[in-house]
Design a protein around this ligand. Structure first.
Ligand SMILES: C[S@@+](CC[C@H](N)C(=O)[O-])C[C@H]1O[C@@H](n2cnc3c(N)ncnc32)[C@H](O)[C@@H]1O
Length: 262
């Protein structure tokens, strides 16, 4: 390996600037939150997740759908507005979230393109797409990986063993984001990996599917998104989710009342 003064010097300089900025964020001298909106039990933040997470306390679980590092393979229709979906950038972002570590569990859909670039998870599941989700060098892609880090909450609660994979037939709504996850599919993942009343963080919120699922399923959500337009879409969707509660999710039981003795 040879030292390239122009390239390596610039990289070291940028790394040093970044380290100073992160320290200032930890010290509370810089606030990385561009915008923040609270709707019901959901807190939506516009900003860079790595910086914003320095300001957050521990959560129960991170459930997220990070970018897939598809730069080059993405078409204009499915590429992001502000984010450079380069595999090296995505790897560094996701590894920083894993290193942040203030969670009991982390569940993510890494995408097939990036799945071998991350630390080994505790378990791997799949979303199986009988109709395919796109094409690759060996025909149609029929599944996407789900990575689970940490302990299974269903086993921990003594509720037996549950499947970590899902048959995925729903399609996502068109909402202005290039790759939103279908809400029903994401609700199944949230039901599998989190408990009612837990606090769930999605550092790559996009159009807010994780927070919509939290709103419908009695969880508290924190979502972070870099892009201002996707952030606005997420706020609107979470607002609507609170206006239209899910008929399939039971409302909290009324507290038992002691009957008068006759
Ligand atoms: C795969 S998309 C998530 C889509 C989401 N699951 C949905 O249903 O809409 C990943 C998102 O991460 C965002 N992103 C990329 N880098 C980020 C960063 N450093 N901080 C916060 N968000 C980021 C992108 O703008 C993109 O919206």
């Amino acid at each position: 390996m040879t030292y390239d003064p122009a390239k390596d010097g610039a990289e070291s300089y940028n790394a040093a600037l970044k380290a100073i900025r992160m320290q200032k964020i930890r010290d509370g001298e810089i606030i990385p939150i561009v915008r923040e909106v609270t709707i019901g039990n959901c807190r939506l933040i516009q900003g860079d997740c790595i910086e914003v997470m320095e300001t957050l306390g521990k959560v129960d679980a991170v459930v997220t759908d990070p970018p897939y590092g598809l730069m080059g393979a993405a078409t204009e229709k499915n590429s992001y507005k502000t984010f450079n979906d380069n595999p090296e950038t995505v790897k560094s972002l996701v590894c920083s979230v894993l290193k942040w570590g203030k969670f009991d569990r982390l569940v993510m859909t890494p995408g097939q393109n990036m799945m071998f670039k991350y630390p080994e998870p505790s378990a791997v599941g799949v979303f199986y797409y009988p109709a395919g989700t796109g094409s690759c060098s060996w025909g149609f892609v029929g599944w996407q990986p789900i990575y689970y880090y940490g302990k299974d909450p269903i086993l921990q609660d003594g509720r037996g063993r549950a499947s970590n994979s899902f048959y995925a037939t729903d399609s996502a709504e068109k909402n202005g984001h290039p790759c939103p996850k279908p809400i029903k599919q994401w609700q199944r993942l949230l039901a599998r990996s989190t408990r009612v009343s837990e606090t769930i963080l999605d550092p790559f919120m996009g159009s807010g599917t994780t927070l919509v699922a939290c709103a419908k399923m009695g969880r508290s959500g924190i979502g972070i998104e870099l892009d201002p337009d996707y952030f606005d879409i997420a706020c609107e969707r979470v607002r609507k989710a609170y206006e239209q509660p899910d008929f399939f999710v039971a409302s909290p039981e009324p507290k038992p009342v002691q009957e008068e003795l006759l």
